[in-house]
Design a protein around this ligand. Structure first.
Ligand code: GRF
Length: 192
């Protein structure tokens, strides 16, 4: 039985962190057992901290404001991830722009709430909802130096129903995220 170690970085409510913990942490897939070994937030008041605690995981808090530059913050992230032994890092609502200090050292995937390459950046749900596109969706991609720009691993789309409210649209995005992200993690860890 191989144990594969995962790190999850988050900044907010942590619903995707929770989906990963519920569906993957300590679970076995074929010959592979997945363990979340690091939960880390750049925000001391992130809701995900309590969600991780329910699974017995004490999150590491690294406040980006305590660092003189993006590079110094990223170096601290890299140290924590390397110390944890994680072989894959998931950015699950981690709202920081990362420099090559991080992207060149860490094997990481990012969850993004649009059909990339459309609607990159922090307002993807609002922008994709307001666009005249007839579908919305979610992407998971490899993290590269380009914000929301690395190779796409998986995407799932849905039709915008006529008169769909923003709240219903956002709920649908999150439902898909909670399915797709854990699936992709399993696919990556169980193939490598
Ligand atoms: C998700 O919509 C993710 O795609 C975006 O930030 C949100 C995080 O939500 N990057 P949560 O903190 O996992 O609930």
């Amino acid at each position: 039985m191989a144990v594969k170690k995962l790190a999850v970085l988050f900044s907010g409510g942590g619903s995707n962190l929770e989906a990963i913990l519920q569906k993957l942490h300590g679970k076995t897939f074929g010959e592979t057992k997945i363990e979340v070994v690091l939960t880390l937030s750049n925000k001391a008041d992130a809701g995900g901290i309590a969600k991780a605690a329910k699974f017995g995981l004490q999150s590491v808090i690294l406040n980006h404001k305590d660092f003189a530059s993006r590079e110094e913050f990223d170096a601290a992230l890299v140290r924590e991830i390397e110390k944890s032994g994680a072989e894959l890092t998931v950015l699950a609502g981690f709202m920081r722009i990362l420099t090559p200090v991080f992207t060149s050292r860490v094997r990481a995937i990012n969850l993004h709430p649009s059909l990339l390459p459309l609607f990159k950046g922090a307002h993807a749900i609002e922008q994709s909802f307001e666009s005249d596109m007839k579908v919305g969706g979610v992407s998971v991609h490899w993290v590269s130096e380009e914000l929301d720009g690395g190779a796409i691993i998986a995407q799932r789309a849905f039709e915008k129903s006529a008169g769909m409210s923003f709240e219903a649209y956002e709920t649908k995005i999150h439902e898909i995220e909670h399915e797709l992200l854990p699936q992709v993690v399993v696919e990556i860890l169980c193939q490598s």
